[in-house]
Design a protein around this ligand. Structure first.
Ligand SMILES: Nc1ncnc2c1ncn2[C@@H]1O[C@H](COP(=O)(O)OP(=O)(O)O)[C@@H](O)[C@H]1O
Ligand SMILES: [Mg+2]
Length: 257
C-alpha cells in the first residue's frame, strides 16, 4: 500500500513564457524531512507554494492523506477547506518571519490564534499553552505580552515556528527558514528544528539553498535545476556520492574551501 502523507505528481507551473516547474513528482512519508535544494531561481519556492496550495500549478496533482486515511486531492478541496487544512494539519514557515506572524499583536496571541481557529476559547488554557510553546522554542515566557516587532530575528523565527506547531500539524512547509539569520543564530535554530521535528515526528518539506541545512535536518533530498528535479535520494548518499553533474557542482562548490 502506498501510505505516503503527501503525493505530488507532474507539477508544472509557468510565469508567462517562463517555465518555473516542469514535471515535478515525489512522495513524502509520515515523519519524513525532505529538503528541496538548488540554486536561486531553480523553482524551489514556486514548488513549495504549489504543494502547500498557496498558488495553484498549471498542471499536476497534489494529494494529502487526511486523518481518516483518505488521500485527498488538495486542489479539489474548496477554498474554505484548503484554509482549514493550512491552519490545522499543515504549517508554513516563511523565510521572513514578518510574513508568517502578526507583528503588532502579542507573542502569546500569535501562538494562541491558531488554537482559537480550532475552537479553543478558554483564556487560561490558551495562555498556558502559549507559555508552554514559548518555552519550547526557547523564548522567555515573560515576553508573552510583547509584540514580535520588539523581538530579534532569531526570536521572531522561533515564534513563527511555535505559532505553526501549536496545533500539532502533521505536515510543515518551510521556505529557507534560517537564511535571513546570522550564522550563530542559524545554528541554534537548526538545532531546535531538528529537536522538534524528531520529538513531534513531523513531516517536513524544507526549501534551502544551504546543503549544510539539508545535511543536518533532512532524511531525503530533491535537487532542482531550472524547474526540474535532477536528482533525489537519501541525504547522506546524495551528498557523499552525487550522481548528476549539477549536484556534483553544488556539493563541490559548498564543501571545498
Ligand atoms: N511571481 C512571479 N512572476 C514571474 N516569475 C516568477 C515569479 N516567481 C518566480 N518567478 C520565476 O520563476 C523561477 C523560479 O523562481 P523561484 O521559485 O522563486 O526559485 P527559488 O525559490 O529556487 O529561488 C525564477 O526564474 C523566477 O524568476
Ligand atoms: Mg525561493
Amino acid at each position: 500500500m502506498n501510505a505516503a502523507l503527501l503525493s505530488v505528481r507532474g507539477i508544472r507551473k509557468c510565469y508567462g513564457e517562463r517555465v518555473a516547474l516542469e514535471d515535478v513528482s515525489f512522495d513524502l512519508w509520515p515523519g519524513e524531512v525532505l529538503a528541496v535544494v538548488g540554486e536561486s531561481g531553480s523553482g524551489k519556492s514556486t514548488l513549495l507554494d504549489a504543494i502547500a496550495a498557496r498558488s495553484a500549478p498549471d498542471a499536476g496533482l497534489v494529494q494529502f492523506r487526511q486523518r481518516d486515511g483518505q488521500l485527498q486531492d488538495v486542489f479539489a478541496l474548496g477554498l474554505a477547506r484548503q484554509r482549514l487544512l493550512a491552519r490545522t494539519d499543515w504549517g508554513f514557515v516563511h523565510q521572513n518571519p514578518a510574513d508568517g506572524l502578526r507583528m503588532e499583536v502579542s507573542a502569546g496571541a500569535n501562538v494562541g490564534e491558531r488554537l482559537m481557529g480550532l475552537g479553543e476559547r478558554h483564556y487560561g488554557r490558551l495562555r498556558a499553552t502559549a507559555i508552554e510553546w514559548l518555552q519550547r522554542v526557547e523564548i522567555d515566557a515573560n515576553r508573552i505580552d510583547d509584540a514580535p516587532r520588539s523581538f530579534s530575528g532569531g526570536m521572531r523565527q522561533r515564534l513563527q515556528i511555535a505559532r505553526n506547531l501549536v496545533t500539532q500539524p502533521r505536515l510543515i512547509f518551510m521556505d529557507e527558514p534560517t537564511s535571513g539569520l546570522d550564522v550563530s543564530v542559524q545554528a541554534r535554530l537548526l538545532d531546535l528544528l531538528r529537536q522538534l521535528t524528531r520529538q513531534m515526528q513531523l513531516a517536513v518539506v524544507i526549501v534551502t539553498h544551504d546543503l549544510a541545512v539539508a545535511r543536518l535536518l533532512a532524511h531525503r533530498m530533491l535537487v532542482m535545476q531550472r524547474g526540474r528535479v535532477v536528482e533525489s535520494g537519501l541525504t547522506d548518499q546524495l551528498l557523499d556520492d552525487p550522481q548528476h553533474p549539477y549536484t556534483q557542482l553544488l556539493v563541490s562548490s559548498v564543501l571545498q574551501p
